[in-house]
Design a binder for this molecule. Structure first.
Ligand code: R5P
Length: 308
């Protein structure tokens, strides 16, 4: 097995090879002044199982192009099989037509991956449960939810002497689309109760309105655990947490798999009512986007397990 990394999330790839106890195979990625890339794998892959790690986060299109070239170079060099580990799968939000005339961007990138000869894809917490159906090759759909559940139990152990109990906690989906996810999380946490804040987003301006809660916050529930698949602008989390505070909640923790963190997300999350934001390293978070309330949980052990 040979594992190569694109340039979007090399620290994660390094962590994965550490768990697999193999070296990271070298690649040369040369950027021409006009933005084009020349990609070359620098290890023999003849008859080898090749793994390519690349998250297609910002800059999405460049990261995709780099991935396509890495796949092509492995294929042309005689790889036996190619597995793409894409912890964050770019364009997953455009998985169907929302308004007449739109492209299904996700379907386009899947078709390209398939036509390049990818044998298998490994990804985490895809935006919709239907997404794997768009693939004609095997896709291993993993989730960070068990890691988040483990973190919640650990937090509780640390908080016990401060009076926090399991009974005071409840789960929150920040929109109705996340209900399936929140139900899964509830199962992982001994049927913990849950509600959803109802989100309406203007598709043209991107602005969000949130003023109702679906479900009842039971008596004594003071600590909310918001669970989402991704944080992009951060507006969903901020609006949801403001509504929860207005409804009498005292403490809020956020768990989101993909830290896209576009625009002012780090700043607005740091200044929001939430106490802590837990994300994974599915997307590399540069130093300038890290903030005090942020804690990153690594997916590397899960990915290494899936590759063994
Ligand atoms: C939406 O359906 C997703 O699950 C996330 O809630 C959304 O993408 C977060 O976006 P933002 O951080 O820009 O509000």
């Amino acid at each position: 097995m040979k594992l190569f990394s694109g340039s979007s999330n090399k620290p994660l790839a390094e962590d994965i090879v550490h768990h697999l106890n193999i070296p990271l195979s070298p690649v040369e990625i040369f950027l021409f002044p006009d933005g084009e890339r020349r990609v070359r794998i620098e290890a023999s892959v003849l008859d080898e199982d090749v793994i390519i790690v690349q998250s297609t986060s910002t800059p999405v299109d460049s990261n995709y192009m780099e991935l396509f070239f890495l796949i092509d170079s492995a294929k042309r060099s005689g790889a036996k099989s190619i597995t793409v580990v894409m912890p964050y799968f770019g364009y997953q939000r455009q998985d169907h037509i929302f308004r007449d005339g739109e492209a299904v961007s996700l379907d386009v990138v899947i078709k390209i991956l398939e036509s390049l000869g990818v044998d298998k894809v490994i990804s985490f917490d895809l935006h919709s449960i239907k997404i794997p159906e768009l693939f004609h090759i095997p896709i291993v759909h993993l989730s960070a939810l068990p890691l988040f559940a483990e973190k919640i139990r650990e937090m509780l152990r640390l908080h016990l002497n401060k009076g926090a109990t399991f009974a005071q906690m409840f789960l929150v989906s920040p929109d109705m689309g996340g209900l399936r996810r929140i139900k899964q999380m509830s199962i992982l946490l001994d049927e913990m109760s849950f509600v959803a804040t109802v989100k309406n987003r203007d598709l043209n301006s991107g602005e969000i309105e949130m003023d109702t809660i679906e479900g009842t916050i039971e008596e004594g529930k003071k600590r909310a655990l918001i669970v989402d698949d991704m944080i992009s602008s951060g507006k969903t989390i901020v609006k949801s947490s403001e509504l929860l505070i207005k409804s009498g909640v005292e403490e809020i923790y956020v768990f989101a798999t993909h830290a896209i963190f576009s625009a002012e997300a780090p700043e607005i999350l740091q200044n929001s009512p939430v106490s802590k934001v837990f994300v994974t390293d599915s997307v590399f978070i540069p130093e300038e986007k890290r903030f005090e309330k942020l804690e990153v949980i690594s997916l590397a052990p899960e990915i290494a397990k899936a590759l063994q």
